[in-house]
Design a protein. Structure first.
Length: 215
């Protein structure tokens, strides 16, 4: 096959376009700007790490079911681990969100990166709410009955019935995790493509000042 025939293939054009937008050295860099050593940049990675634990423990809970996580000591442990990883996830995300807001993280053509982070936070709140609704204990009963009238008043109750355990379960373990993973992946790719937002005092400093990740 000649080079001209290869260039006409849509997969070749797509690969070259993706490689131009996201070169391997950006996707897996071994160096970062020196300002990334600041503590404020830790919370984004902490959010991702906590999300990994949330998904892992959530998969175990989904496989075993409510009777297991309520009636087994090991189920109690995994359920607690899932809950506390969610707490760490939301805490880290809030600090990350407000820290980037104070740093005006939309600078330098990073508006889409900022907006995906905001949408991810809102989607995480909805995911946490559906998680509380499927605990199948007194807490979940109280939360769902109190939320029912408010959601019905908006007209959304016909499509989002918080008292329907099966519906809330599917939202929590299928729909919302897919949304979170997709938005998180888009957010990470945008961070790699646009780079990490610098502090205000380093905004005009040449990018040559870098430090290795291993350091």
């Amino acid at each position: 096959m000649s080079s001209e025939e290869i260039d006409r293939q849509w997969t070749t054009r797509l690969r070259r376009k993706v490689a131009g937008k996201l070169p391997p050295e950006k996707l897996l860099p071994d160096t970062q700007p020196s300002y990334v050593a600041s503590w404020i940049y830790v919370f984004g990675v902490a959010t991702l790490a906590a999300l990994g634990v949330v998904i892992g423990t959530g998969c175990i809970l989904a496989l075993r079911g409510p009777q297991w996580w309520h009636g087994s000591s090991y189920g109690h442990f995994v359920n607690s681990l899932h809950l506390w990883s969610v707490e760490v996830f939301m805490f880290s995300m809030v600090i990350h969100l407000w820290g980037k807001f104070a740093m005006a993280a939309w600078r330098g053509g990073r508006m889409l990166t900022w907006m995906t982070g905001v949408v991810l936070f809102l989607a995480s709140v909805a995911t946490c709410f559906t998680g509380y609704a499927i605990q199948s204990n007194f807490d979940s009963q109280w939360i769902t009955t109190q939320a029912k009238d408010g959601i019905n008043a908006t007209g959304a109750g016909a499509y989002f019935n918080v008292l329907n355990f099966g519906q809330m379960l599917m939202w929590h373990i299928v729909l919302m995790p897919l949304v979170l993973v997709l938005i998180t992946g888009m957010h990470i790719l945008l961070v790699r493509a646009k780079g990490v937002v610098p502090p205000f005092e380093d905004d005009l400093v040449p990018a040559a000042k870098i430090t290795r990740v291993s350091e």
